[in-house]
Structures are given as structure tokens and as C-alpha cells.
Design a protein. Structure first.
Length: 174
């Protein structure tokens, strides 16, 4: 009687020793040197469990190979896509909020740090260049977070509180 073993897709090609167990009745993998040396079967008994066996859904009753997952309708697929984009939007919104706060603090702290290094050490040009590079890197990350947020907001056709004020101003001008 061989034990049941659950294998992830990433580990799906690990050779298992057929029916080989150690003292605790746990399966022994071919890569386990001490246990495999004690109970090592012949090379012909080693098998490989493909990823398709583990990934296939098994429904109660009937032949698992004959049963399939029903296809999603177009509306269900669109709803799942909407939920995924909405989740990405919420993550991007939180990132944008955090980057604005921590990015500003990062620029202030690096400014103080590099200014003290510039005026206390001889390598003034080096620290000035490093300070400029760190500010540009921080601003690039903040711009990317803002771009991702705006792109997802446009996909979802959302508007911020400020957008309403801007639209009111545009309508008054016309």
C-alpha cells in the first residue's frame, strides 16, 4: 500500500520511491540520502508523478477524467477581471498614499544626511552626485506609483474628490 502524497506543481517531477516509507510511515523521496539508502528499491520502481494529476479537479462521484469544470460566461469573466483590476486599484491607491508620505520624508532625511556628509568630508562632488541620484530614484518610484494609480482609475472610470471640483471649474468657464 503506497501512501498518498500531495505534490505542488513546482515539485511535480520529483521522483518518488514506490511504497517506500521510513519509521514514521512518511514517504521517502529519492533525494533523501540516508532513508533512501536503507529502503532503496530498484531503479525500475521509481516513478514520476506528473503535474496534471495533481492539478486536475476531482468531483464527488463518477470518473474524474470524464468530469470537467464548466466554462465561464462572458459576464462572469468580465466580473472576475473587474474584481482583479479593483484589487490592483486598491493596492495602487495604498502604495501611492504611502509613497507620498514616506517619499517626502526620504527626500528630507537624505538631504540632511548628504548635506552633513558634503560639508564634513572631502569628497563633496561624490556625495552631491549620490544625493541627486537618490532624489531622482525616489521621485521616479513616486511617479511610477502615481502613474499606475491613474491608469487603474481610468480603467475603472473612477473619479477623485478633486476631479469633481476641476469639472465644475471647467463648466463655469464655458
Amino acid at each position: 500500500m503506497s501512501p498518498n502524497v500531495n505534490i505542488n506543481e513546482e515539485n511535480s517531477n520529483i521522483p518518488l520511491s514506490a511504497g517506500t516509507t521510513d519509521k514514521d510511515n512518511t514517504p521517502v523521496f529519492a533525494g533523501d540520502a540516508p532513508a533512501a539508502a536503507q529502503n532503496a528499491p530498484a531503479a525500475a520502481e521509481t516513478q514520476v508523478i506528473p503535474a496534471a494529476q495533481e492539478a486536475a479537479p476531482v468531483f464527488a462521484g463518477g470518473d474524474p477524467a470524464a468530469q470537467t469544470i464548466p466554462e465561464l460566461s462572458q459576464r462572469e469573466r468580465e466580473h472576475l477581471t473587474f474584481l482583479r483590476v479593483l484589487g490592483d486599484y486598491n493596492i495602487a491607491k495604498q502604495k501611492r498614499r504611502n509613497y507620498r508620505v514616506y517619499g517626502a520624508w526620504f527626500i528630507i532625511i537624505t538631504g540632511i544626511l548628504f548635506l552633513t556628509l558634503i560639508f564634513s568630508l572631502d569628497a563633496k562632488i561624490l556625495f552631491l552626485c549620490l544625493w541627486i541620484i537618490s532624489i531622482l530614484g525616489c521621485v521616479a518610484v513616486m511617479i511610477k506609483a502615481d502613474y499606475d494609480y491613474e491608469k487603474l482609475k481610468e480603467y475603472l472610470d473612477y473619479a477623485d474628490e478633486l476631479d469633481f471640483f476641476e469639472k465644475d471649474d471647467e463648466e463655469e468657464e464655458e
